[in-house]
Design a protein around this ligand. Structure first.
Ligand code: NAP
Ligand code: GDD
Length: 325
């Protein structure tokens, strides 16, 4: 138990934020989170993991440095996890400037807030396999050159290098997790796995007939978000800050992921999936495949949930949700 430690999480209302907050609460941390103002409540995931009444939410926004400084002065955290972002790749072409302000400049805002309040706090940046984009190596690791393919990927690359630069310039304990796609029943509905598992449930329960998708030949290295937040925490427990690829080391097409999801409820995806070019992207990341060897060697971290287990977990959760509507 690390009873006296305090953590501050931006993006606490998102998928990873909820799993990470739960992990830290279970480890005995006092957990604070940044709550961006929206017109409707955004805390359903924190409720789902059962910790809403065990954490402290502080109003603020990644684009507002003053709010971040105020939040850090209240929370006085030992560890800061920057998970907040405009994280949907598809939307980043429609809102490229907002994506840059939140996902790129937002990182510098957090780093500056740390410098101005307590530079001894440890920092985690949510970097991404999207930075590899047009892949320069069949299996990507920490040494693979980046080639982002979306305004989101470009913004994340800025955040990644800002993290490295503040580590080198100001000796901050700043680490960057280059995480490959990770999913869960708490995944946003716009991402392909959840879009599929939700549709599978609706089709099985007679509430929908078809599912329109884009490029189903794209390949992703998909893991379970619950496994991945453990890696974030492990990075901040190391004596030295560093960058780590977090992945399963297995890549699968969207098509095969669909097959698994439909088969779990006795359906054939080919009877229901239709291709709609509206879901094609202006520039696609065709394939991602990570090499998590460094994380395994240095952090002792390894993905434990298979894609079959993950997708069936998500279909089961959506069957419950859709059945209850
Ligand atoms: P997510 O579910 O989309 O959550 C994003 C979070 O960012 C939400 O809490 C959101 O708040 C918050 N946010 C958005 N704009 C903000 C702003 N201006 N100020 C403050 N907070 C803001 O994302 P996720 O899947 O949990 O991912 C967590 C992080 O890891 C993100 O940075 C993402 O880019 C990165 N990442 C994710 C994956 C993945 O496969 N999931 C892989 C690599 C990296 P609201 O709830 O109010 O919208
Ligand atoms: N969303 C979506 N919707 N994607 C589709 C669809 C569809 O209808 N049809 C095919 N796809 C393809 C996309 O073109 C992409 O190649 C793949 O499915 C995965 O798309 P997403 O689930 O939206 O995720 P992503 O890989 O673009 O981005 C996610 O992973 C990144 C890490 O690699 C996000 O979580 C990012 O925030 C994260 O950084």
């Amino acid at each position: 138990m690390t009873a006296s430690k305090r953590a501050f999480i931006t993006g606490i209302t998102g998928q990873d934020g909820a799993y990470l907050a739960k992990l830290l609460v279970d480890k005995g941390y006092e957990v604070f989170g940044l709550l961006a103002r929206r017109s409707t409540s955004t805390v359903w995931r924190l409720d789902y993991v059962g910790i809403l009444d065990q954490i402290t939410l502080i109003d603020g926004d990644l684009t507002d440095l003053s709010s971040l400084i105020r939040a850090l002065k209240i929370a006085k955290p030992h560890e800061i996890y920057n998970l907040g972002a405009q994280s949907f790749v598809g939307s980043s072409w429609d809102q490229p400037i907002l994506t840059g302000q939140v996902t790129a400049i937002g990182v510098t805002n957090v780093l500056e807030a740390i410098r101005l309040t307590d530079p001894s706090a440890r920092f985690y940046q949510a970097s991404t396999s999207e930075m590899f984009g047009l892949i320069q190596k069949e299996q990507q690791d920490e040494q693979t050159p980046f080639y982002p393919r979306s305004p989101y990927g470009v913004a994340k690359l800025y955040g990644h290098w800002a993290t490295v630069n503040y580590r080198e310039s100001f000796k901050l304990h700043a680490s960057s997790g280059i995480l490959f796609n990770h999913e869960s029943p708490l995944r946003g509905i716009e991402f392909v796995t959840r879009k599929v598992t939700d549709a599978v449930a609706r089709i099985k329960l007679g509430k929908q007939q078809q599912l329109a998708l884009g490029n189903i030949d794209a390949k992703r290295d998909w893991g379970f978000a619950g496994d991945y937040v453990e890696a974030m925490w492990l990075m901040l427990q190391q004596e030295q800050p560093d960058d780590y690829v977090i992945a399963t080391g297995i890549t699968t097409t969207v098509r095969d992921m669909c097959r698994i999801a439909f088969e779990h409820v006795g359906l054939n995806y080919e009877d229901h999936v239709v291709i709609d070019p509206r879901y094609y992207r202006p520039a696609e990341v065709e394939v991602l495949l990570g090499n998590p060897a460094k994380a395994q060697a240095k952090l002792g971290w390894k993905a434990t949930t298979t894609l079959d287990q993950l997708i069936t977990m998500m279909v089961d959760a959506d069957m419950k949700r859709v059945g209850a509507i």
